[in-house]
Design a protein around this ligand. Structure first.
Ligand SMILES: [Zn+2]
Length: 134
């Protein structure tokens, strides 16, 4: 037999493995977009009480990246960094919602199929409200 296919085994997918780790699981983009970026919540996050468990006593927090920094200098240099700018760009895109997943599955209002197609190919939908055909 011998050695089979050693080269080209890596595909630079480092961030996939990082994202799968639960040890340092951060907040998801939709959580940040819908909850944390609200001005009131944002002010709360930026003025947190002293927490000895968090880096920098939880005084230097980046809301967009959901990350604590040790010093104010570290936070300001983070705001100028590529990581932060990339994150801001991601947050500008609309979040993935339940409505979008339902639309993808053909359950949404926009994608409702005509009655003929439903009758021709009946779908088995469990735990779903019955489709009302007007
Ligand atoms: Zn950031």
């Amino acid at each position: 037999m011998g050695r089979l296919r050693r080269s080209r085994a890596h595909h630079a997918r480092r961030d996939v493995h990082r994202a799968a780790r639960t040890r340092v699981r951060g907040r998801d983009l939709d959580q940040i977009q819908m909850l944390d970026l609200d001005p009131k919540r944002r002010a709360e996050l930026e003025a947190q009480p002293l927490d000895f468990e968090k880096p920098g006593l939880a005084q230097h927090y980046c809301v967009e990246c959901a990350k604590y920094y040790e010093t104010d200098a570290a936070l300001t240099s983070h705001w100028r960094s590529k990581v932060h700018k990339r994150r801001c760009k991601q947050l500008k895109e609309p979040a993935y919602t339940i409505e979008e997943s339902e639309r993808a599955a053909g359950l949404g209002r926009a994608e409702r199929r005509p009655a003929v197609a439903v009758a021709a190919a009946p779908m088995v939908v469990e735990d779903a409200a019955p489709v009302v055909v007007a």
